[in-house]
Ligand binder design. Structure first.
Ligand code: 13P
Ligand code: SF4
Length: 330
């Protein structure tokens, strides 16, 4: 009885009561309480991506955000242990920026179709084929790929990095990999020519302009916000496109009455509490990789201090150059 009352009295529950029934919350709360205690014991912080489930996002995360925010926070934290509630490339980025700290990923199988679409050897071949052209890797790439490129970028700063890289190299062209849709959507915003790789996000590539037309037909007052990993036709049919943090900021700033977030499903659930006046309508798609991270495996990671992210120090140092160049762009 007390366990149940304690769980329901936790102020966090109000933020996710819409999505989590009380019985489930009581079960989750056992893990949440254990994780909170373990964080203190281990001097750990949890960085959670915006696509994590609401019980992780609101219940145990210390920092939530898009890939850029998580990379910046990873660089600034004084905690001894960083747990990344996100996919593997995000944990690698945290380790690249914190080579002496312990970085844990609760399930190392949490991959990403973009990161898997290109290897370091592919990047070396691109450099040979396009001498003198700067290479920019989306943060959704492995440490080995980041070690081969000139700059890293995220969906929050892609245009800025493209223009900066071209100006620095004195070229009118850059190579941007591996997401062909992010490359095409960025190319629409700049005069710099972009040579793209043929990768795609398995979650965002599934959205179509027809999905947007259907939502607009059903809800004529809807504001459509899309992630730039979506195909161009989807971004064209939307009212605004941006990183997951930019989408959340748009909702907080303009308080639209009805929003379709054309991205991963948990985004809407996570920002609903802070935006009670906004109705969120589907469609959305689940990222199976993000969904590998659970309260159970976060708890296990902190209990056992595994799995630790390990990157060869020489490779991490090379990868750090491209990530830091991105972070240094104002
Ligand atoms: P953001 O950097 O916009 O959060 O995107 C990360 C991602 O994996 C989107 O699919
Ligand atoms: Fe990768 Fe797409 Fe999942 Fe983001 S949503 S982690 S880009 S597969």
């Amino acid at each position: 009885m007390t366990i149940m009352m304690d769980a329901l009295a936790d102020p966090v529950y109000a933020k996710l009561a819409q999505h989590v029934p009380p019985g489930e919350w009581v079960l989750m709360h056992e893990d949440i309480s254990a994780i909170r205690a373990l964080k203190r014991e281990r001097d750990a912080i949890i960085l959670a991506h915006n696509y994590q489930t609401p019980e992780i996002y609101h219940g145990v995360a210390d920092i939530v955000g898009d890939s850029l925010a998580l990379a910046r926070e990873a660089m600034m934290t004084s905690a001894a242990v960083i747990v990344v509630a996100g996919v593997h490339f995000m944990a690698e980025t945290a380790k690249i920026l914190n080579p002496t700290k312990t970085v844990l990923i609760p399930d190392s199988r949490a991959g990403c179709s973009l990161a898997e679409s290109i290897t370091a050897a592919d990047v070396r071949k691109l450099r040979e084929q396009h001498p003198g052209i700067p290479l920019i890797a989306y943060v959704n790439t492995s440490a080995a790929v980041k070690a081969e490129v000139d700059y890293c970028c995220t969906s929050a700063n892609a245009r800025k990095v493209v223009e900066h890289a071209a100006a620095r190299a004195g070229t009118d062209t850059v190579i941007m990999l591996p997401d062909r849709f992010l490359a095409a959507n960025t190319a629409r915003e700049t005069k710099v020519k972009i040579i793209a790789w043929d990768g795609a996000c398995e979650v965002h590539e599934r959205f179509t302009a027809h999905d947007i037309a259907q939502v607009r037909a059903q809800f004529p007052d809807v504001t459509v916000l899309a992630h730039p990993e979506c195909p161009e036709e989807v971004v064209n049919a939307s009212d605004f496109a941006g990183s997951t943090a930019a989408l959340a900021d748009y909702v907080a700033r303009y308080r639209p009455a009805r929003v379709a977030l054309i991205t991963e499903c948990s985004m809407a659930d996570n920002i609903a509490a802070a935006n009670p006046a906004t109705q969120f309508v589907k469609p959305c798609n689940l990222c199976p990789h993000m969904k590998r991270i659970t309260l159970g495996n976060i708890r296990h990671a902190l209990e056992t201090m595994s799995e630790q992210v390990v990157i060869d120090p020489a490779l991490a140092a090379r990868a750090r150059v491209s990530v830091e160049r991105m972070l240094d762009i104002p």
